[in-house]
Design a protein around this ligand. Structure first.
Ligand SMILES: [Zn+2]
Length: 283
């Protein structure tokens, strides 16, 4: 298994010469699915007022970014069908570094406590991010999925149950991804065009199924290992010291207590903006 993982990592490194990437085990252990029941009250209590069903007639916010392959996205009625099949590619690990642009990605949500706080923070700074959602969490908190989409963020697929896909037979991998895309597309009204494997553990089967379902794989280049709760100061410094133009930053708003991550975001987002960085959502 180790050699297989090394093979995958080497392939990723080769595909983006000169880029240092991928610590293993990031994005939380497979069992790190949000199961903490510490939240109180229904999640809709904490939703931002701007939240609304994206697919409602005439209510589509229409961010230019998510239109690809969605001819029906502007029309009222049922959600669009799945995105068109894509060629099999290695995961995107960094953006074009020619501009001082970075991407913030948030995994393992939606979370009833942390996601609304993150949404409010992003709104206050005018930042758009990509949220890689777990299907069973999205099913439990559909209003949060609509809130994320309604504020113009991108929604990516992060499987239904957050398993280690390397140990699943292909039909199960397909089911994990397809079921999640179907739900997210139904809730957001947009095709889901990005996928991230739990733990960044990519296998050939995963990449192939991802492409079949019309998604591209996205990794990351800056991992502060916030899922391990190293402390707010550590998360903040790891991001600020690791970021460079084109970085894709990995953080988590779900998967357990993410208060350290949320506190770090409050510090490092304005710091990066003051340093001249702009945030984008990969197309
Ligand atoms: Zn994850």
């Amino acid at each position: 298994m180790l050699s297989h993982h090394q093979m995958i990592s080497r392939r990723l490194l080769l595909s983006i010469a000169g880029v240092t990437v991928l610590s293993t085990g990031a994005c939380g252990p497979p069992a790190g699915n949000p199961s903490d029941a510490s939240h109180s009250g229904p999640p809709s209590d904490t939703l931002p007022s701007a939240a609304k069903p994206d697919g409602a007639p005439g209510a589509h916010p229409a961010p230019a970014a998510s239109r690809t392959g969605s001819p029906a996205a502007n029309t009222p009625g049922p959600p669009p069908g799945p995105a068109k099949p894509q060629p099999v590619t290695d995961p995107l690990l960094e953006l074009d570094a020619s501009e001082r642009t970075i991407a913030l990605t948030l995994d393992d949500g939606p979370h009833p406590t942390h996601t609304p706080v993150v949404l409010e923070l992003l709104r206050s700074h005018g930042i758009r991010a990509t949220f890689f959602l777990i299907g069973e969490n999205a099913a439990e908190y559909p209003a949060l999925v609509r809130a994320i989409a309604g504020e113009g963020h991108h929604i990516g697929n992060h499987t239904w149950t957050h398993p280690d896909l390397r140990h699943l037979p292909e039909p199960q991998v397909h089911d994990e991804l397809e079921r999640t895309s179907d739900l997210l597309q139904g809730l957001s009204g947009r095709p889901v065009t990005w996928f991230r494997a739990p733990g960044g553990d990519w296998a050939d089967v995963t990449l192939r199924v991802c492409a079949e379902l019309g998604m591209r794989p996205m990794g990351w280049s800056v991992d502060p290992r916030d899922w391990d709760r190293p402390g707010t100061a550590q998360i903040t410094s790891r991001v600020l010291e690791g970021v460079r133009p084109g970085s894709i930053v990995l953080n988590h708003d779900g998967g357990g207590d993410r208060s350290q991550t949320v506190d770090a975001l409050h510090t490092y987002l304005p710091a990066l903006l003051a340093d001249g960085y702009r945030f984008t959502t990969p197309q």
